[in-house]
Design a protein around this ligand. Structure first.
Ligand SMILES: [Zn+2]
Length: 210
């Protein structure tokens, strides 16, 4: 049983192709899950082949780069200016794309709904004063969970068109890159383990709207 994920956002190159709906349905690529749980490019889709349950079939124009299952502590930061990003094709919110992709990947709808219902951070904010790390644990999570565009590391920043970015479920509060005191150099941490991995959606060659 193969898995088709058909509603995803486009790369800039993909957008230029201006495919018809029929072409969109036919031009697919196949990703295969490796032993680490990451998806790797396998081949162009061939309708005469029966793919296995480890294969994921996605449109050729898509930015979807698979799912990273992270099993260690990670530090990440917001992407500045991602609020007005083009919405993924066929979706109105990024969280829905995350849900569909994760259900396809994990096959466990109940767990995916639970996973996407919680902010993956440790509920704190971090920032740096010179090189000293300041932990701000007075701010608890607030607001709805969204599919936040993040980059790894400890510096919120804008990203160049074509960068690889990640989507993680975080609360609205953690999705903001500055606070009322004007602290913009905030970053976040999440704890993961083999039993509780963090699933990040990878978006390749991401197109950020001006
Ligand atoms: Zn939060």
């Amino acid at each position: 049983m193969d898995k088709k994920i058909t509603k995803l956002s486009y790369t800039p190159q993909g957008e230029k192709l201006k495919l018809t709906e029929k072409q969109e349905e036919e031009l697919l690529i196949v990703y295969s899950e490796n032993e680490k749980g990451f998806l790797e490019f396998k081949e162009f889709y061939n309708p005469e082949i029966t793919y296995s349950k480890n294969d994921f079939i996605i449109p050729i124009r898509s930015v979807y780069g698979g799912i990273a299952g992270i099993e260690e502590n990670i530090t990440f930061a917001n992407i500045i200016g991602s609020t007005d990003d083009p919405k993924p094709f066929g979706y109105t919110v990024w969280l829905d794309l995350m849900q569909d992709a994760l259900i396809e990947f994990l096959g466990d709808k109940t767990y995916v709904e639970f996973y996407l219902g919680n902010c993956v951070t440790d509920k704190k904010f971090y920032y740096k004063d010179s090189d000293t790390e300041i932990i701000d644990d007075s701010k608890h999570c607030k607001g709805v969970i969204v599919g936040g565009h993040i980059i790894s590391g400890d510096t919120p920043s804008e990203i160049a068109q074509g960068s690889t970015v990640y989507l993680l479920p975080i609360c609205n509060k953690h999705n903001g890159w500055y606070d009322r005191k004007g602290i913009v150099k905030k970053y976040m941490k999440a704890t993961a383990s083999q039993d509780n991995p963090i699933y990040a959606i990878i978006l390749n060659n991401y197109f950020q709207k001006e």
